[in-house]
Design a protein around this ligand. Structure first.
Ligand SMILES: NC(=O)c1ccc[n+]([C@@H]2O[C@H](COP(=O)([O-])OP(=O)(O)OC[C@H]3O[C@@H](n4cnc5c(N)ncnc54)[C@H](O)[C@@H]3O)[C@@H](O)[C@H]2O)c1
Length: 281
Protein backbone atom coordinates (compact mmCIF):
# COMPACT_ATOMS: atom_id res chain seq x y z
CA UNK A 1 0.00 0.00 0.00
CA UNK A 2 1.45 3.36 -0.99
CA UNK A 3 1.87 6.11 1.59
CA UNK A 4 -0.87 8.12 -0.11
CA UNK A 5 -3.44 5.42 0.54
CA UNK A 6 -2.61 4.94 4.21
CA UNK A 7 -5.68 4.59 6.35
CA UNK A 8 -6.35 6.85 9.29
CA UNK A 9 -4.11 6.29 12.28
CA UNK A 10 -4.84 7.21 15.88
CA UNK A 11 -8.31 6.95 17.30
CA UNK A 12 -8.90 10.51 18.45
CA UNK A 13 -10.76 11.44 21.60
CA UNK A 14 -14.27 12.03 20.22
CA UNK A 15 -16.94 9.83 21.78
CA UNK A 16 -18.27 6.80 19.85
CA UNK A 17 -21.05 7.85 17.47
CA UNK A 18 -19.65 11.39 17.28
CA UNK A 19 -19.95 13.34 14.05
CA UNK A 20 -17.06 12.53 11.71
CA UNK A 21 -14.98 14.85 9.51
CA UNK A 22 -12.13 14.52 7.04
CA UNK A 23 -9.99 17.64 6.58
CA UNK A 24 -7.49 17.63 3.70
CA UNK A 25 -4.46 19.85 4.14
CA UNK A 26 -4.87 19.18 7.86
CA UNK A 27 -1.13 19.35 8.59
CA UNK A 28 -0.81 23.12 8.33
CA UNK A 29 -2.44 26.53 8.27
CA UNK A 30 -6.20 26.71 7.72
CA UNK A 31 -6.73 22.92 7.67
CA UNK A 32 -4.86 22.50 10.95
CA UNK A 33 -6.95 25.24 12.59
CA UNK A 34 -10.16 23.66 11.28
CA UNK A 35 -9.06 20.30 12.77
CA UNK A 36 -8.54 22.03 16.11
CA UNK A 37 -11.94 23.76 16.06
CA UNK A 38 -13.82 20.61 15.02
CA UNK A 39 -12.06 18.53 17.68
CA UNK A 40 -13.00 21.11 20.32
CA UNK A 41 -16.62 20.67 19.24
CA UNK A 42 -16.47 16.90 19.82
CA UNK A 43 -16.22 15.93 16.15
CA UNK A 44 -14.11 12.89 15.27
CA UNK A 45 -11.59 14.40 12.86
CA UNK A 46 -9.23 12.77 10.38
CA UNK A 47 -6.46 15.21 9.45
CA UNK A 48 -5.31 14.14 5.98
CA UNK A 49 -2.28 15.56 4.23
CA UNK A 50 0.47 14.71 1.76
CA UNK A 51 2.70 15.67 4.69
CA UNK A 52 1.83 12.57 6.71
CA UNK A 53 4.14 13.50 9.60
CA UNK A 54 2.55 16.95 9.78
CA UNK A 55 -0.93 15.42 9.81
CA UNK A 56 0.19 13.17 12.65
CA UNK A 57 1.41 16.20 14.60
CA UNK A 58 -2.02 17.83 14.16
CA UNK A 59 -3.66 14.62 15.34
CA UNK A 60 -1.46 14.35 18.44
CA UNK A 61 -2.00 17.99 19.32
CA UNK A 62 -5.78 18.02 19.00
CA UNK A 63 -6.68 14.40 19.77
CA UNK A 64 -7.82 13.43 16.30
CA UNK A 65 -6.80 10.78 13.76
CA UNK A 66 -4.49 11.32 10.81
CA UNK A 67 -3.82 9.95 7.35
CA UNK A 68 -1.19 10.42 4.66
CA UNK A 69 -3.10 11.47 1.54
CA UNK A 70 -2.25 12.97 -1.82
CA UNK A 71 -5.47 14.59 -3.05
CA UNK A 72 -4.29 14.30 -6.66
CA UNK A 73 -4.66 10.50 -6.28
CA UNK A 74 -8.37 9.86 -6.87
CA UNK A 75 -8.23 6.26 -5.69
CA UNK A 76 -6.44 7.18 -2.46
CA UNK A 77 -9.05 9.85 -1.75
CA UNK A 78 -11.86 7.38 -2.41
CA UNK A 79 -10.23 4.72 -0.24
CA UNK A 80 -9.82 7.10 2.68
CA UNK A 81 -13.36 8.49 2.45
CA UNK A 82 -14.86 4.99 2.30
CA UNK A 83 -12.64 3.64 5.06
CA UNK A 84 -13.59 6.47 7.41
CA UNK A 85 -17.30 6.02 6.65
CA UNK A 86 -17.04 2.22 7.12
CA UNK A 87 -15.12 2.50 10.39
CA UNK A 88 -17.21 5.30 11.89
CA UNK A 89 -20.54 4.36 10.36
CA UNK A 90 -21.08 7.96 9.23
CA UNK A 91 -19.52 10.81 7.31
CA UNK A 92 -20.69 14.25 8.38
CA UNK A 93 -18.12 16.70 6.98
CA UNK A 94 -15.52 16.68 4.25
CA UNK A 95 -13.32 19.77 4.10
CA UNK A 96 -11.60 19.77 0.70
CA UNK A 97 -9.00 22.28 1.80
CA UNK A 98 -5.57 21.12 0.57
CA UNK A 99 -4.04 23.56 -1.88
CA UNK A 100 -0.86 25.11 -3.22
CA UNK A 101 0.01 28.70 -4.06
CA UNK A 102 1.32 29.47 -7.52
CA UNK A 103 2.47 32.93 -8.57
CA UNK A 104 4.09 34.60 -11.54
CA UNK A 105 3.22 36.65 -14.60
CA UNK A 106 1.12 35.00 -17.30
CA UNK A 107 4.07 34.96 -19.73
CA UNK A 108 6.54 33.33 -17.34
CA UNK A 109 4.33 30.59 -15.88
CA UNK A 110 4.90 27.22 -17.52
CA UNK A 111 2.39 24.51 -18.31
CA UNK A 112 3.82 22.68 -15.31
CA UNK A 113 2.63 25.55 -13.11
CA UNK A 114 -0.81 25.28 -14.69
CA UNK A 115 -1.06 21.51 -14.54
CA UNK A 116 0.16 21.17 -10.97
CA UNK A 117 -2.27 23.85 -9.78
CA UNK A 118 -5.17 22.21 -11.61
CA UNK A 119 -4.17 18.80 -10.21
CA UNK A 120 -4.04 19.90 -6.57
CA UNK A 121 -6.42 22.86 -6.29
CA UNK A 122 -9.15 21.69 -8.65
CA UNK A 123 -8.81 17.93 -9.17
CA UNK A 124 -8.09 17.53 -5.45
CA UNK A 125 -11.51 19.07 -4.69
CA UNK A 126 -13.18 17.07 -7.48
CA UNK A 127 -11.77 13.85 -6.02
CA UNK A 128 -13.08 14.70 -2.56
CA UNK A 129 -16.53 15.59 -3.88
CA UNK A 130 -16.68 12.56 -6.16
CA UNK A 131 -15.84 10.22 -3.28
CA UNK A 132 -17.95 11.80 -0.53
CA UNK A 133 -21.05 13.15 -2.22
CA UNK A 134 -22.69 9.78 -3.13
CA UNK A 135 -22.16 8.62 0.47
CA UNK A 136 -23.79 11.77 1.79
CA UNK A 137 -26.69 11.44 -0.66
CA UNK A 138 -27.19 7.89 0.55
CA UNK A 139 -27.12 9.08 4.17
CA UNK A 140 -29.49 11.95 3.37
CA UNK A 141 -27.14 14.34 5.18
CA UNK A 142 -23.60 15.65 5.27
CA UNK A 143 -21.71 18.86 4.58
CA UNK A 144 -18.98 19.38 1.98
CA UNK A 145 -16.85 22.46 2.63
CA UNK A 146 -14.46 23.42 -0.16
CA UNK A 147 -11.69 25.95 0.34
CA UNK A 148 -11.45 28.31 -2.63
CA UNK A 149 -10.12 31.85 -2.10
CA UNK A 150 -11.01 35.49 -2.55
CA UNK A 151 -9.06 34.88 -5.79
CA UNK A 152 -12.05 32.72 -6.77
CA UNK A 153 -14.35 35.74 -6.65
CA UNK A 154 -12.11 38.51 -7.99
CA UNK A 155 -9.84 38.98 -11.04
CA UNK A 156 -6.72 38.27 -8.95
CA UNK A 157 -3.65 38.86 -11.18
CA UNK A 158 -0.07 37.46 -11.10
CA UNK A 159 -1.33 33.98 -10.20
CA UNK A 160 -3.52 32.96 -13.12
CA UNK A 161 -3.56 29.18 -12.54
CA UNK A 162 -4.44 29.77 -8.88
CA UNK A 163 -7.17 32.28 -9.76
CA UNK A 164 -8.60 29.98 -12.44
CA UNK A 165 -8.75 26.94 -10.16
CA UNK A 166 -10.30 28.90 -7.31
CA UNK A 167 -13.01 30.35 -9.60
CA UNK A 168 -13.68 26.77 -10.69
CA UNK A 169 -14.00 25.62 -7.07
CA UNK A 170 -16.49 28.42 -6.36
CA UNK A 171 -18.57 27.47 -9.43
CA UNK A 172 -18.42 23.77 -8.64
CA UNK A 173 -19.46 24.36 -5.04
CA UNK A 174 -22.39 26.66 -5.73
CA UNK A 175 -23.76 24.44 -8.49
CA UNK A 176 -23.34 21.33 -6.35
CA UNK A 177 -25.10 23.10 -3.49
CA UNK A 178 -28.10 23.62 -5.76
CA UNK A 179 -28.19 19.90 -6.66
CA UNK A 180 -27.41 18.65 -3.19
CA UNK A 181 -30.22 20.48 -1.46
CA UNK A 182 -32.86 17.98 -2.57
CA UNK A 183 -30.81 15.21 -0.92
CA UNK A 184 -30.33 16.95 2.42
CA UNK A 185 -26.63 17.49 1.68
CA UNK A 186 -25.02 20.87 2.34
CA UNK A 187 -22.21 22.49 0.38
CA UNK A 188 -20.28 25.61 1.36
CA UNK A 189 -17.26 27.31 -0.14
CA UNK A 190 -14.69 29.26 1.85
CA UNK A 191 -13.13 32.31 0.20
CA UNK A 192 -10.44 33.81 2.43
CA UNK A 193 -8.32 36.83 1.62
CA UNK A 194 -4.58 36.59 2.32
CA UNK A 195 -4.24 34.69 5.58
CA UNK A 196 -1.15 34.26 7.70
CA UNK A 197 -0.17 30.63 6.97
CA UNK A 198 2.97 28.88 5.67
CA UNK A 199 1.37 28.83 2.18
CA UNK A 200 2.75 32.30 1.50
CA UNK A 201 6.32 31.11 2.24
CA UNK A 202 6.38 28.27 -0.27
CA UNK A 203 4.62 29.41 -3.42
CA UNK A 204 5.38 27.36 -6.56
CA UNK A 205 6.32 24.20 -4.61
CA UNK A 206 8.41 21.82 -6.74
CA UNK A 207 8.05 24.23 -9.67
CA UNK A 208 10.33 26.85 -11.24
CA UNK A 209 10.38 29.82 -8.87
CA UNK A 210 9.37 33.32 -9.99
CA UNK A 211 9.90 36.74 -8.43
CA UNK A 212 6.17 36.92 -7.61
CA UNK A 213 6.23 33.47 -6.02
CA UNK A 214 9.35 34.19 -3.97
CA UNK A 215 7.85 37.47 -2.75
CA UNK A 216 4.35 36.14 -2.06
CA UNK A 217 4.27 37.00 1.64
CA UNK A 218 5.61 40.51 1.06
CA UNK A 219 3.13 41.20 -1.78
CA UNK A 220 0.23 39.80 0.25
CA UNK A 221 1.16 41.99 3.20
CA UNK A 222 1.47 45.07 0.97
CA UNK A 223 -1.92 44.31 -0.64
CA UNK A 224 -3.79 43.61 2.60
CA UNK A 225 -1.98 45.91 5.00
CA UNK A 226 -2.14 43.11 7.55
CA UNK A 227 -2.62 39.41 6.87
CA UNK A 228 -5.75 37.84 8.35
CA UNK A 229 -5.18 35.56 11.31
CA UNK A 230 -5.79 31.86 10.75
CA UNK A 231 -7.56 31.60 14.12
CA UNK A 232 -10.05 34.32 13.16
CA UNK A 233 -10.63 32.58 9.84
CA UNK A 234 -11.20 29.21 11.55
CA UNK A 235 -13.86 30.90 13.71
CA UNK A 236 -15.50 32.38 10.58
CA UNK A 237 -15.50 28.93 8.97
CA UNK A 238 -17.10 27.28 12.02
CA UNK A 239 -19.84 29.94 12.13
CA UNK A 240 -20.41 29.79 8.37
CA UNK A 241 -20.68 26.00 8.43
CA UNK A 242 -23.04 26.03 11.44
CA UNK A 243 -25.26 28.55 9.57
CA UNK A 244 -24.98 26.60 6.32
CA UNK A 245 -23.70 29.61 4.40
CA UNK A 246 -23.19 29.14 0.66
CA UNK A 247 -20.12 31.37 0.64
CA UNK A 248 -17.91 32.09 3.61
CA UNK A 249 -15.92 35.19 2.66
CA UNK A 250 -13.46 36.72 5.13
CA UNK A 251 -12.15 39.09 6.33
CA UNK A 252 -14.44 42.11 5.94
CA UNK A 253 -12.05 43.72 3.42
CA UNK A 254 -12.52 40.60 1.28
CA UNK A 255 -16.30 40.97 1.40
CA UNK A 256 -15.86 44.58 0.31
CA UNK A 257 -13.64 43.58 -2.63
CA UNK A 258 -16.18 40.93 -3.64
CA UNK A 259 -18.98 43.50 -3.52
CA UNK A 260 -16.87 45.77 -5.76
CA UNK A 261 -16.53 43.01 -8.36
CA UNK A 262 -20.28 42.44 -8.38
CA UNK A 263 -20.99 46.16 -8.71
CA UNK A 264 -18.55 46.70 -11.58
CA UNK A 265 -16.40 43.89 -12.97
CA UNK A 266 -14.73 46.39 -15.31
CA UNK A 267 -13.75 48.66 -12.41
CA UNK A 268 -12.48 45.61 -10.51
CA UNK A 269 -10.16 44.79 -13.42
CA UNK A 270 -8.89 48.40 -13.40
CA UNK A 271 -8.16 48.12 -9.66
CA UNK A 272 -6.38 44.80 -10.28
CA UNK A 273 -4.29 46.45 -13.04
CA UNK A 274 -3.27 49.19 -10.61
CA UNK A 275 -2.23 46.52 -8.11
CA UNK A 276 -0.09 44.85 -10.80
CA UNK A 277 1.66 48.17 -11.49
CA UNK A 278 2.22 48.77 -7.78
CA UNK A 279 3.50 45.26 -7.08
CA UNK A 280 5.79 45.13 -10.11
CA UNK A 281 6.98 48.55 -9.97
N1 LIG B 1 -3.19 31.42 3.20
C1 LIG B 1 -3.88 32.16 2.36
O1 LIG B 1 -3.60 33.37 2.20
C2 LIG B 1 -5.05 31.57 1.63
C3 LIG B 1 -5.98 32.47 1.08
C4 LIG B 1 -7.05 31.95 0.37
C5 LIG B 1 -7.21 30.59 0.23
N2 LIG B 1 -6.27 29.75 0.75
C6 LIG B 1 -6.47 28.31 0.54
O2 LIG B 1 -6.58 27.67 1.78
C7 LIG B 1 -6.19 26.30 1.64
C8 LIG B 1 -5.23 25.95 2.75
O3 LIG B 1 -4.08 26.75 2.59
P1 LIG B 1 -3.18 27.25 3.82
O4 LIG B 1 -3.07 28.71 3.70
O5 LIG B 1 -3.63 26.64 5.07
O6 LIG B 1 -1.77 26.66 3.33
P2 LIG B 1 -0.72 25.68 4.05
O7 LIG B 1 0.41 25.58 3.08
O8 LIG B 1 -0.45 26.14 5.42
O9 LIG B 1 -1.52 24.32 4.10
C9 LIG B 1 -1.85 23.61 2.93
C10 LIG B 1 -1.71 22.13 3.23
O10 LIG B 1 -2.10 21.40 2.06
C11 LIG B 1 -1.21 20.30 1.95
N3 LIG B 1 -1.16 19.81 0.58
C12 LIG B 1 -0.56 20.40 -0.49
N4 LIG B 1 -0.68 19.60 -1.56
C13 LIG B 1 -1.35 18.49 -1.16
C14 LIG B 1 -1.77 17.30 -1.81
N5 LIG B 1 -1.49 17.07 -3.12
N6 LIG B 1 -2.48 16.39 -1.10
C15 LIG B 1 -2.74 16.60 0.21
N7 LIG B 1 -2.33 17.69 0.90
C16 LIG B 1 -1.66 18.62 0.20
C17 LIG B 1 0.14 20.84 2.41
O11 LIG B 1 1.03 19.80 2.77
C18 LIG B 1 -0.27 21.71 3.57
O12 LIG B 1 -0.24 21.00 4.79
C19 LIG B 1 -5.61 26.17 0.24
O13 LIG B 1 -6.57 25.61 -0.62
C20 LIG B 1 -5.32 27.60 -0.16
O14 LIG B 1 -5.35 27.80 -1.55
C21 LIG B 1 -5.21 30.21 1.47
Amino acid sequence: MSESSDGPSGGGTARPGARTAIVTGGASGIGRAVCRELSRRGVHVVAADIDAAGAERTAKEFGCASAGLDVTDARAVRDLVHRVRDERGRLDFVFNNAGIAVGGTADELTLDHWNRTIDVNLRGVVHGVHAAYPIMVEQGRGHIVNTASLAGLTPAPLMLPYTATKHAVVGLSLALRAEARAHGVRVSVVCPGFTDTPLLDHANPGLPQTATGAGARESATRTMGRLYSVDSLAGDIMRGVARNRALIVAPASGRLAWRGVRLSPAAAVRVAALAVRRLRG
